[in-house]
Write a protein that binds this ligand. Structure first.
Ligand code: NAD
Length: 511
């Protein structure tokens, strides 16, 4: 049974129905916005943005604080919507969607003013004698936000508040799998009293997302799969639109010989199974040094066996969020088992439950000829490989088309940082599961097939702006200007000047 299904169309209007992946019962319907509707939303947003851009950072910050009030007061609305359309445990909805969104809103409300303040930069060389440089951060206009289903609130709220603090309007195309969360977010924004049309949601599938790229927006902030990311990049390139791509991953975990094995085992299970494994920075591959391999596997097995899976009440691992992902998880497991992988816990669908459930799984004897170790699985699976030493672990961690994140586990933090610096990914965490997206000071973004550009942190916030350099005369120094007429005498003078400035080491140092 499909979680998202097209309904009978009325004229040119396309409607879709969404089911809960936990109960398989219908939970909502929506109409897909067509190109005209998307364009109209962008035009409305453009009008709202012009006024919004005139507001001071303090006023924008005040509005974000009101949004924060809405998040805090209306937590249950957010949690209920997320749980209904994803089947994730309430604890994950609270931690990942509500807490992380609140933290991002609070951070950007407090720090955007300082990060986006006009900067005076000192010039070097002779220019500094006569000219001054100021860099100002201008809003881009209307940002098109396209988001996935695995973190339906946090992955929308985090870029949204950055774009708004930078003075932009936002038109958001959420995933067709999680349309309800976007409606709650829109209602929170409205409840906070933001200007009308500054943030609008256009529901729909890939066609509505493609229409958003063609609608006249000034930037696309995309989060989703590698395959869609390529299409988005091509479409943006045709329009010369700036974009960021936050794409899939195949994060490696390296367990060193001196690791705290209890902590590492906990990290492996949480990193692999949290959010049913649908975490872009989830742990997809674990490399364990052979001297601690047996003890580590034993601890991971014991912890995984304790995980509770259910469709209501208190539980640890929820449903797979939609059916195509379940197909991928099952096919990766089948491929691994056919090629010699050993299943120690779980390994298949949890047929005791009605919805889309895959058992928390531990698998060993895995290798890089298996999809489970090379393609994004996005399921609750701890896949563990024994390695000779840390050097082999680093080599295998880097043997991937992805480069989103990763983790290193050792009791020697400095060595952990040294190993982390040799991993070719957007970010790395030492002795914890990947937290980078939740650390707003940190730029976040994948390398290789995991993405283009960085979001979050000062770098991400400035990405919602154009950094405009303004060069002007220094006070009282505006009377020197080279140029016409070109004369032999002036040329000789310039050549002498070049020799004077750059002809000796001392002069180079002084200039
Ligand atoms: P997806 O690529 O299928 O869809 C993402 C969004 O793009 C959806 O809103 C979808 O409707 C839209 N879309 C589809 N076709 C489009 C097109 N041609 N033009 C424009 N938009 C289009 O991804 P998904 O399955 O929703 O999300 C899961 C993926 O997202 C995983 O690969 C995961 O790793 C990745 N992800 C990455 C990050 C990150 O920060 N790097 C975070 C979360 C998820």
């Amino acid at each position: 049974m499909a979680i998202v299904e097209a309904l009978e169309t009325e004229g040119s209007r396309r409607r879709m129905q969404v089911r809960s992946p936990a109960s398989l019962e219908p939970i909502g319907e929506f109409e897909c916005a067509d190109a005209d509707q998307v364009r109209a939303a962008v035009e409305r947003a453009r009008v709202a943005q012009r006024e919004w851009a005139t507001r001071s950072f303090d006023e924008r910050s005040e509005m974000l604080m009101r949004l924060l009030d809405q998040f805090v007061k209306r937590q249950d609305e957010i949690i209920d919507a997320v749980v209904a359309e994803t089947g994730k445990p309430r604890t994950e909805a609270i931690g990942m969607e509500v807490f992380s969104s609140c933290d991002a809103i609070s951070y950007y409300a407090k720090h955007a003013k300082e990060i986006l303040a006009p900067q005076k930069r000192k010039l070097h060389g002779v220019m500094r004698l006569t000219k001054s440089l100021r860099v100002i951060y201008q809003p881009l206009g209307v940002v098109g936000l396209i988001t996935p289903w695995n973190g339906p609130v946090v992955l929308a709220a985090t870029p949204l508040v950055q774009a708004l603090m930078a003075g932009n309007a936002v038109v958001h195309k959420p995933s067709e799998v999680t349309p309800l969360s976007a409606l709650v977010l829109a209602s929170l924004v409205e409840g906070a009293g933001f200007p009308k049309h500054l943030y609008q949601v256009v529901q729909g599938d890939g066609a509505s997302g493609a229409a958003l790229i063609e609608s006249g927006v000034d930037k696309i902030a995309f989060t989703g799969s590698v395959a869609t990311g390529r299409k988005v990049a091509e479409a943006c390139a045709r329009r010369l639109l700036p974009f960021t791509l936050e794409l899939g991953g195949k994060d490696a975990m390296i367990v060193c010989a001196d690791a705290d094995l209890d902590r590492a085992a906990h990290g492996a299970v949480l990193g692999s199974c949290m959010n049913t494994g649908h975490y872009c920075c989830g742990t997809e591959r674990v490399y364990v040094v052979e001297s601690v391999y047996d003890a580590f596997v034993e601890k991971v097995v014991a912890r995984t066996k304790q995980l509770r899976q259910a469709d209501c009440g208190e539980f640890d691992v929820g449903s797979v969020f939609w059916d195509p992902q379940l197909d991928i998880i099952e096919s990766h497991m089948a491929d691994a088992v056919a090629k010699g992988a050993r299943v120690l816990v779980g390994g298949g669908r949890n047929s005791a439950l009605k919805g889309l459930y895959f058992e928390p799984t531990v698998v060993t004897e895995v290798d890089h000829d298996m999809d489970l170790m090379t393609k994004e699985t996005f399921g609750p699976i701890v896949a563990i490989k024994k390695v000779r030493d840390e050097e082999e672990a680093i080599r295998l961690a880097n043997d991937s088309e992805y480069g989103l994140s990763g983790t290193v586990w050792t009791t020697d933090t400095e060595r952990g940082i040294e190993i982390a610096s040799r991993i070719h990914t957007g970010g790395v965490c030492v002795n914890d599961m990947t937290l980078t997206y939740g650390v707003p000071e940190a730029p976040f973004g994948g390398r290789k097939n995991s993405g283009l550009g960085q979001v979050n942190g000062p770098e991400g916030l400035r990405g919602y702006c154009h950094a405009q350099p303004i060069i002007a005369d220094r006070k009282g120094k505006g009377n020197i200007q080279g140029g016409y007429p070109y004369t032999r005498k002036a040329e000789d003078g310039m050549q002498k000047f070049i020799r004077l400035l750059f002809g000796t080491r001392l002069a180079r140092w002084l200039s």
